[in-house]
Design a binder for this molecule. Structure first.
Ligand SMILES: [Zn+2]
Ligand SMILES: [Zn+2]
Length: 215
């Protein structure tokens, strides 16, 4: 849960109770994440990122309802979900088997982190610095607290799928590796902020807004 050396550390964790999660129906905890690591997802083939962070929790609740009521799964499929405003929404969490990676081996050895973004080659949601920071934070968290191995891969590395779309280049170029954030490149902390307060405020009020510009 602690920040990783070398990252901008604007990510803010949003526990299940704060986004209004339905109770988990008890997915399996029989996993071996040390053999794999973290698999990156996006929501789907249409742009979906919410402009206003106040709308992100509702988006996560809708995904959970779709997975539980629609698909009949035991919980939202993802280990956690990250938004363009730099928040990390708790999903199944560490040491719980995901339902997102598409194969038995994928769900056995890999966690699943979903960016609340989407799109196709004709147009993707903008990948913000805050989103990348939240991915790095999530990966560090799952290594520290969930025994995740060093791998970071894509849904499309498990099965044939376009997922994670516009996030794919960031997986391949190492941008999601903990410690690869702007603090390392700049040599100083780029944001005069500590961690913010989970579940409060909108995009206009986040540390990422003031720190990165453009948001
Ligand atoms: Zn996916
Ligand atoms: Zn958000």
């Amino acid at each position: 849960m602690r920040p990783r050396e070398g990252d901008a550390v604007t990510a803010v964790f949003v526990p299940r109770a704060e986004w209004g999660a339905l109770p988990s129906q008890g997915p399996s905890t029989d996993i071996t994440p040390g053999r794999g690591g973290v698999t990156v997802h996006h929501v789907g083939p249409s742009p979906t990122a919410r402009r206003d962070h106040a709308d992100c929790a509702g988006q996560v609740r809708a995904i959970q309802r779709q997975h539980m009521d629609g698909n009949g799964w035991a919980d939202i499929a993802y280990t956690c979900l990250v938004c363009v405003h730099g928040r990390v929404f708790e999903g199944r969490g560490p040491w719980v088997r995901t339902a997102a990676n598409g194969t038995a081996a994928g769900n056995q050895d890999w966690y699943a982190v979903c960016g609340l973004t989407g799109g196709s080659p004709s147009g993707y949601d903008t990948v913000t610095d805050a989103l990348l920071d939240a991915f790095r934070w999530s990966t560090g968290w799952l290594r520290d607290s969930g025994g995740a191995g060093a791998g970071i891969n894509r849904h499309g590395d498990h099965i044939v799928t376009q997922c994670p779309g516009g996030l794919s280049p960031y997986v391949l170029n190492g941008s999601l590796e903990p410690g690869s954030g702007p603090r390392d490149r700049a040599g100083t902390w780029p944001f005069p902020f500590g961690r913010g307060t989970a579940g409060r405020g909108t995009a206009a009020g986040t540390a990422g807004t003031a720190g990165t510009g453009g948001w």
